[in-house]
Every structure is written in C-alpha cells, then in structure tokens.
Design a protein around this ligand. Structure first.
Ligand SMILES: [Zn+2]
Length: 331
C-alpha cells in the first residue's frame, strides 16, 4: 500500500467531509444516545479467539515461503487457505484473474472468499491480503531479498482463519459473515509511484463483485506485530466513521484500549480504499502504527518481517475485538 496522500485522494476527502457534514444535520447525537439508553441489554455468547491457534495459522503461511504471486509457494499457500475454510464449514468462492503490475508482469491471482450464514441478508465483510511483496524494498542491506511477510500478509490471514474456526466451533452470529482474502496487494511501486500500482486484488474485486454487498467491512493489515497500536486511519475515519467508532469502543470495553488508540493519523491507500470508493461498502482498516515510528514500524518491507515480530497478544486483541463486534451485530 501507499502511505502518502495523493492530490486525488485529498480531493475525495474534502468531498466526503462535506457529505458527512450534510448527513449529520438530520440526526443529532442526543437522539442516538436516548435510543441506546432505552434498548434492553442483550446477552451474547462471544467465542474465545485463540491466539495460539491464530499464531499457528500465521506460521503455517510463513512456512510455505514468501507468497509472491506466480510462485509455487503462493499457489500452495492459497490452496491451504481454501482447504482450511472448507474444513471450517465455509462456503468458498474463488475469483481467479490476471492483473498486470506497474513493471509489466502478468500475475495469476486469486481472491478467496469464505462465507457463513449465507442466507442472512445483513452481512459483515472481514478482509486481509494474503500475498507477500516480491522484494524487501525497504531493507537496509538487501532491497532485492525475499522476506517472510509474517506480519505483512501472514497476520491478517491468521486472524481470519481463526475467526473461521470459531464460526464453525460456536453458534453463528445473527448476521452473515464473509471472510475475503485479497491477492496482489503488495506488488506496488514504493515511494513516488502511483497509488493504483498497489492493491490489484481489491481493485479487481471491487469492479467485479457480481452484485455482492455488505453492511460494512473491516480490513486487517499487519495486525500481529509487537508494539502494535491501531489509530484512526483517515480514509477509515472519513468513509466509515460509525464502523470505526464501534470497533474502537468495543476494544476499549473489553480491555484492549491500549491497542486501539483514540488518535487520528494520516491516510493510507490500502485495500479498504477501493472497497469504499468502488464497491461502495464502508470499510475500515486496522493497520499497524507505533509511537516514534508511525505506520508500519521499522521492519516493514524488510527481512525483519518474520515470525520474531509476531506477538500473540496483538493477534488476540484484534481477533477478540472483531469477534465481539460481529456477534453483537443485530439483524
Ligand atoms: Zn506490504
């Protein structure tokens, strides 16, 4: 993904701020809080997100080797995601397609979706990318090297698969849940390159989603790192503020407020940008940030993105929070 604002995105943001301001006129906060107060408390049995299991799934992906598109490791890791989803009772749909990278390579890619409670009209979309970047482009010693992508790629897959395991092991939530694994996120042009060189899988999916829609979406990107915190990312805040508020409030209520911090940071062009702007599904991004270093930390796109970086406590904070959100969603 790309970390700088482009002129186009800034213009979008201004437009969305204007829309949000105009929408907020008809519905005051006091109306909402009165309605909340009158609602009876609902008792919901939320499954326990198992951090050891999520860690195992991250490691399983890493053990295939770097999941660089057009390699055997990429194919095998994708096949494993499909077989795990099937074994956990999901209805699996695979979207196979080709995309051309900014440097002229044709990639054979697969977006993979595992669906639960398929008859429910109200659906929550949970997503992550499963490919890894073909070079450690920010590595201080060898920017051409391959790297494990334990956090950038692996961690989101681990959280989604552990959610899949829970959805089978427990009674389902009232809403439908779709777990979407985007391919081709990380073959983009670092630095001053165009934003659209990243996120090829989500761009393709958003344009070819065959009538699919969801109530809202949550994207996981680098959600297993040591020292991780998750701030209000700007695109999430401007395009899916209600979702952001709900997830962050839930995290705070169940004891993970030190991970989900009430602090606004800049915009990141990640898969959620295309889900918001093209698919028109409001989606937030839960994305690594840390004090002093900001987004991504100092290990990003380097050989240091390996299992040493993965902290089960971070996986637990993210996975448990999102399970809580999903299971409290009413039809
Ligand atoms: Zn990346």
């Amino acid at each position: 993904m790309k970390s700088n604002y482009s002129y186009q995105i800034q213009r979008h943001n201004i437009l969305y701020i204007a829309i949000l301001l105009s929408l907020s006129v008809g519905c005051s906060d006091s109306d909402n809080s009165n309605r909340e107060k009158n609602k009876p408390e609902r008792v919901v049995d939320v499954p326990h997100f198992n951090a050891d299991s999520a860690y195992f799934f991250v490691n399983e992906q890493v053990d295939f080797g770097p999941r660089v598109p057009n390699t055997d490791a990429h194919k095998e890791a994708g096949d494993k995601i499909i077989s795990r989803l099937e074994s956990y009772g999901a209805e699996v749909n695979v979207q196979s397609f080709e995309a051309t990278t900014y440097d002229g390579v044709t990639l054979r890619l697969r977006n993979i979706m595992g669906s639960y409670n398929t008859s429910a009209k109200k659906r929550i979309l949970l997503a992550a990318h499963w490919d890894t970047r073909p070079w450690a482009s920010k590595d201080a010693t060898n920017p051409q090297a391959l790297f494990d992508g334990a956090n950038d790629g692996g961690s989101g897959v681990g959280v989604l698969l552990e959610i899949a395991r829970n959805l089978q092991a427990s009674s389902l939530p009232d809403v439908g849940v779709d777990l979407l694994f985007f391919d081709g996120e990380d073959w983009g042009e670092e630095g001053t390159g165009v934003a659209e060189s990243w996120c090829l899988g989500s761009q393709y999916w958003a344009k070819n989603k065959d009538g699919y829609s969801a109530y809202y979406g949550i994207l996981f990107d680098m959600v297993g790192g040591k020292n991780a915190q998750f701030p209000f990312e700007q695109i999430s805040k401007q395009m899916a503020k209600k979702v952001l508020t709900n997830v962050w409030r839930t995290a705070s209520e169940i004891g993970y407020g030190r991970y989900f911090i009430a602090q606004s940071e800049g915009a990141i062009t990640d898969d959620h940008f295309y889900v918001n702007t093209i698919a028109k599904i409001p989606m937030i991004d839960i994305l690594h940030w840390e004090p002093e270093l900001g987004y991504f930390g100092d290990w990003h796109h380097s050989q240091r993105d390996n299992m040493d970086l993965i902290d089960k406590n971070t996986l637990k904070a993210v996975g448990q929070t999102v399970l809580h959100v999903v299971y409290h969603e009413e039809l």
